[in-house]
Design a protein around this ligand. Structure first.
Ligand code: WT7
Length: 637
């Protein structure tokens, strides 16, 4: 099923236990009993957690499965996530608590209290209103990691609009596609951002994307870098100009939303076709993300929480912006590269701001690990209490380095398995859980998982199978924007009878009940933790003039986890050479974004296909790895 390295039994039986201090301070001291309750009475469990938030009107029904798989939660409830993330804190001492500490790559710093954050959100919300943004609209946001990104997200939501954040690392084609799918009238962007001492020219990319996007009428641009950019008359406005107008009043009412109203859409890559816009909603999403954030990272008021993910991905939505603010935390946000100007940049910030919890990805850890322990050793990291990991399986070597050098052998690592679709953590430890490096451990409260074989039967302990989620949870995406059928087909159809959700990953469960997620089994590639579809890469490849057919696969890579390798068939009479290979790499990178840049380009005469014409990527992969090609009975050659 997968060719990832198997973890030996010796590794699988090694436990790391939390200290007494961690256990005695934890919100949840006994996982088993709370888990049992959450499974026996999920509606009661979630209702109890939902009670901890403020509702404009309480729900009539916790869970509604009358139109499966289009499940609903907290039906009839009225709420707005901004009310819980910001407004309600203003009534308490938290008004003057620091909501956000932000550091730009050049070293500039902004610190904002909840009071100040609220003013910025209100002003921006009024600006958006004056630009004709209405309840139900989808505003596309394309920005670097600057405070205005979070502020714009919250401002949209405050007035009942939804946002679609497009990761600032994406390029023209990816942005234009997403604007079109969301039907956005308004785009909020920035002139650029700082990355490794250089300016990323977001506005030029946005301008090019807007040339392909007839729906856009208004573009608001935040001035971040100050470099020269082209502004189009009647379409383009500077954010700071609008924020200086009387219309940008610091007072704005928070719209009352239905629990099931759309909060945001976020595009993610699938097996086939264009990326799909997953729809998340106000009610269940905030209950689920706030609960999981609080219990898994044991959030206390004195914490300084740093989720080092980009807000352009689900991790940034759920655990950088929304749930930490709902929990009244102080959040840290950093604009730039982890190793700029030196590989101690992150450790310097942990020390400087007294960060207590750091949540990042295996790829970032591996990237910093390669510079050696002398960089973290220069800093006092003793403020750290807990660490986290997300995005792909963490290899035990990186786990140990992170645990020892960053966590001083005392900070437990919360390895959280989840997906854009699930909204929040599905499989993860609590601080009190004994850990095994490389295992995301146990299901979170209310989550039931299974690992099954081809016939849908549970596999034996230690055996690999397909990961399924056996019941819906409140934070799951409700549908795919404009394509409910695809939502049903992709996730729920295969196990419709049992009502299970297909995760698309393979996994195994060991004798101790610990879950080991192995990786994707579909045509989704995880590069540096980022998710890309082979279909997207292939579509970019065939848009290169000389390429007539192409296939993309993932091969293991020391830093990135996986790297993209592509195979191209060229048009008749054309010969491929190194120059063309480099050109093709550049082309893919400018169409989708640098993360999609192929590691290697190979030229072939033909691709292995099934008789029905489907490319057999697993055969290409087996050949590249020099391993058994498996069952070739459907191969056409
Ligand atoms: C896929 C989902 C969840 C936020 C970031 C990724 C892989 C994610 C882990 C983990 C092993 C993991 C899976 C999953 N994945 N976290 N802790 N251990 N694999 O969200 O981009 O929607 O990707 O990421 O393959 O299916 P995403």
């Amino acid at each position: 099923m997968s060719d990832e390295k198997k973890v030996s039994n010796a590794e699988a039986s090694e436990f790391f236990y939390p200290s007494d201090e961690i256990v005695s301070n934890a919100h949840i001291k006994d996982y088993d009993s709370v888990y049992k309750r959450s499974i026996e009475d999920p509606e009661g469990f979630w209702a109890e957690e939902a009670e901890k938030l403020e509702w404009f009107r309480k729900w009539d029904k916790v869970f509604d499965d009358s139109n499966a798989p289009f499940y609903k939660w907290f039906v009839g409830g009225k709420i707005n996530i901004v009310h819980n993330a910001v407004d309600r804190h203003l009534k308490t001492w938290r008004r003057n608590k620091i909501a956000m500490i932000w550091e730009g790559e050049p070293g500039d710093v902004k610190v904002m209290s909840y009071h100040a954050l609220n003013r910025e959100i209100c002003k921006t919300a009024n600006v958006l209103k004056s630009m004709g943004v209405n309840k139900g609209d989808i505003v596309t946001i394309y920005m670097p990691q600057i405070p205005e990104l979070a502020i714009t997200m919250l401002a949209c939501v405050k007035i009942g609009a939804a946002h679609s954040v497009v990761y600032g690392g994406f390029s023209v084609e990816a942005l234009a596609d997403r604007i079109a799918s969301a039907n956005s009238r308004v785009l909020v962007t920035a002139d650029g951002g700082w990355r490794r001492g250089k300016v990323t020219d977001l506005k030029s990319i946005a301008n090019e994307a807007m040339d392909r996007s007839p729906t856009i009428e208004v573009c608001i641009t935040v001035k971040r870098t100050g470099h020269d950019v082209h502004m189009e008359n009647d379409r383009d406005f500077w954010y700071h100009d609008l924020m200086a107008l009387p219309i940008a009043s610091p007072r704005c009412a928070t719209e009352v939303m239905d629990a099931e109203d759309m909060l945001f859409i976020l595009f993610t890559s699938g097996t086939t076709g264009k990326p799909k816009g997953l729809v998340h909603t106000h009610g269940g999403y905030q209950v689920f993300t706030a609960t999981s954030h609080k219990y898994v990272f044991d959030i206390k008021d004195e914490d300084r929480w740093w989720c080092a993910a980009d807000p352009g991905w689900i991790t940034g939505h759920s655990y950088l912006v929304y749930s930490p603010l709902v929990n009244g935390s102080t959040i840290m946000m950093y604009e730039g590269a982890p190793n700029h100007p030196y590989p101690n940049r992150w450790w310097n910030m942990v020390e400087k701001y007294g960060i207590t919890i750091l949540y990042t990805s295996p790829t970032a850890i591996r990237g910093l690990m390669r510079f050696g322990d002398q960089w973290p050793r220069r800093h006092d990291l003793s403020s750290l209490r807990l660490l986290g990991s997300v995005g792909e399986p963490i290899n035990p070597e990186a786990w140990r380095w992170y645990h020892k050098n960053i966590g001083a052998d005392k900070c437990p690592i919360m390895d959280t398995w989840w997906q854009t679709e699930t909204g929040g953590f599905m499989i993860c430890p609590l601080p009190v859980t004994p850990l095994k490096p490389g295992s995301a451990t146990k299901p979170f409260f209310g989550v039931q998982v299974g690992v099954i074989d081809e016939d849908g039967n549970e596999v034996a302990a230690g055996e690999e199978g397909k990961l399924v989620i056996k019941r819906p949870t409140p934070g799951m995406a409700r549908t795919i924007l404009g394509d409910p059928e695809r939502y049903e087909d992709t996730y729920w159809k295969e196990y419709a009878e049992q009502g299970w959700y297909k995760a698309g990953d393979s996994a195994r469960i060991d004798e101790d009940g610990y879950i080991w997620v192995i990786g994707r089994i579909d045509d989704v590639i995880k590069v540096s933790g980022y998710r890309l579809g082979t279909a997207e890469v292939e579509s970019a490849l065939v848009s290169y003039p000389d390429v007539s057919e192409a296939a993309a696969i993932a091969l293991p890579h020391e830093l990135k986890g996986n790297a993209i390798h592509v195979y191209c068939i060229l048009k008749a009479g054309v010969k491929g050479d190194q120059k063309m290979a480099n050109d093709i790499k550049k082309h893919v990178s400018s169409e989708i974004g640098p993360i999609a840049k192929p590691e290697e380009v190979h030229f072939l005469e033909s691709l292995p296909k099934t008789r029905s014409g489907k490319i057999m990527r697993r055969v290409l992969k087996a050949r590249a790895l020099g391993i058994d090609e498996g069952d070739l009975s459907t191969l056409e050659e």
